[in-house]
Design a protein. Sequence first.
Length: 238
Amino acid sequence: MVGLLNRVKNIFSAKLEKRLDSLEDPKEMLDYSVIQMEKSLREITMNALEIGTAKKRLEMERDFNLANSKKHEDSAKKALELGQGDLAKEALFKKSKDEEQAQRLKIQIDSLNRSIESIARSKKELQYKIELYRAKKEELKAIYDASKAQIKVKEVMTTFGEDSKGIYEIVDRAESKIKNIKAKVCAIEELSNIGVIDEIQLVNKDDINSNLYELETQKAIEEELTKLKAGINNNKSV
């Protein structure tokens, strides 16, 4: 039972695979691949924008800390000038904290810079691949179209091969008729040259002409017969 189910499953899987394969248009698949690559390129650009925005925020915060550090340093100097040592120490402590924060921000900013540089390289590489693939895509499309055309030609030739016997017979009959007509024309020309063509033309006349010819012939015979009779009568009278 399990073996039977596996066979049925394999049969349906094979039919489904064949059906899906027939539905796949290679040209559409190539176009879809380019679309997906361009989509990835846009995603890379958006990621780079987000990282760049985050880096700018960190830079602004770092600059703020550095500016505060400078203010605290100036405050410490003024406190010392006024003999306020405790205030000077407090100002210097705040300066130290701002500098530490600025240093931590610098480390994060440097890391983001490396990420942006890596993304830029990836984007450039992907753009290069897309350009190559676009050219390759057009080449593959041309090959595909040419292959389809060749298949159609072979199918036509195969069909012609199956029907060629009947076609050749038709051609042979037509050729035979043409040769007969040509031979007849040559014969007419040859017979015309030796004076026989008149007889052939008379034999080949249509019914009306044939009847007219018979009447003319009979008339000529009667005239000839009248002449003969007149000659006989003349001889008798002599």
